[in-house]
Design a protein around this ligand. Sequence first.
Ligand SMILES: Cc1cc2nc3c(=O)[nH]c(=O)nc-3n(C[C@H](O)[C@H](O)[C@H](O)COP(=O)(O)OP(=O)(O)OC[C@H]3O[C@@H](n4cnc5c(N)ncnc54)[C@H](O)[C@@H]3O)c2cc1C
Length: 407
Amino acid sequence: MSDLKVLIAGAGLGGLTLARSLRTHRIDVTVFERDASPWDRPQGYRLHLDADALGAAREVLPADLHAVFDATAQYTEAFTTILGTDLSVVKRLPAQDEHGEEVWPAHDGPGSHANVDRATLRQILLAGLEDTVRFGKTLDHYESTSDGVTAYFTDGSRAHGHVLVGADGIRSAVRRRRAPHSETVDAGITAIYGRLPRATAEPLVPVETMNDIFTIASDERKVFLGLGCVRFPTSPAEAVARFAPGVPMLDQDDYVVCIVGGRHEYFPNTDGAMRTRSGEELRHIAAETLRDWPTGAAELVRGADPASFFLVEMYTSVPTTLDAPTNVTLLGDAVHAMTPTLGRGANVAMRDGALLGRALKRVADGQLTLADALAAYERDMLAYGFSVVREAAEVGRQRMAQNPLPA
Ligand SMILES: Cc1cc2nc3c(=O)[nH]c(=O)nc-3n(C[C@H](O)[C@H](O)[C@H](O)COP(=O)(O)OP(=O)(O)OC[C@H]3O[C@@H](n4cnc5c(N)ncnc54)[C@H](O)[C@@H]3O)c2cc1C
């Protein structure tokens, strides 16, 4: 074990990817997570992963856990399907053609896009890190000196290390101090998410959409219905039994996530009332938003489990710069949060985690100073991270009338 001691605030996908990388490199790491447990709040269902996240998973997971990842991931065709409001296929867009070379990471043939279940991925990343992740620890602020950095938590406790990484999401407490000039702004979009069993969705949507990255229908208001399928080639429980016995894993059946979204004004959100709605009420609002469409769309939404519905009000970061690093840095949504139009936020967060892990290994090995390693990491991370923020905002503007980024 090296002498370097790393503190991470936030056990989301980015923070856990970094923690796994540091464990592989035998670097001392502790993760402090605000939630009391991994299942405290809904965090979404399906995740689209591209070459960034698939590469990071390959890099940081040990062979047994990567086998579980691989066995439970649905490797999709590299297409997005556009449907009419009657849910018939209008066209299938190759991912590359629609978004251009810059937006999606280099295409290395089949297997470069996957739909995975977020909870399954989080359990895989957490497996074996029980002694590393402290739940119920909310970072309040930190103090950085030439001796290192001290993190202060809301329960009055503190921790000291050589470096603190803010992986604490879109409302990052670390960013407040590390980048006080940075801004996160309302993207103008409300979305209601729910999920339904695959068998319920199948009769209502064209079969070819079930193996695509994403499927979307929208109307002249740019109100949209998005669909994303998760099919487990091997069920999570069976994959664990086969490849990593003893790892805790919730079993799940195949499902389709449905998203009804559009500009805030199309949703009845007087004084933030949507935030207090029950799942059943959100389902009703989502179905009503599609009431002028042919009946199949609302029928599909009504087929989803009422308890599965939750609300997302979309925000985006505004591309910015960071002051020269000392011993505190940021990753993932804590620095370059983006709207989920491209399904790339988790990918970039995991890429950050793997990249920063490699940079810190060079510090632990005595090849680089901490300041030089963080400067190189931040230069790369800010360049690719904010380029995806800009692309997500532009595609969001075209597809769902997202507010443009401030100049
Ligand atoms: C509905 C939805 C669908 C999405 N779909 C996709 C997709 O298909 N593909 C994709 O790539 N991306 C997708 N994204 C984006 C993706 O979820 C995020 O970009 C990704 O989760 C960012 O990871 P992160 O680790 O940076 O932050 P998070 O996952 O937000 O994790 C941050 C963690 O920090 C914790 N935390 C917060 N404050 C503190 C504190 N003060 N102290 C300690 N801990 C703290 C939080 O509890 C949380 O666990 C989607 C997002 C949403 C909302």
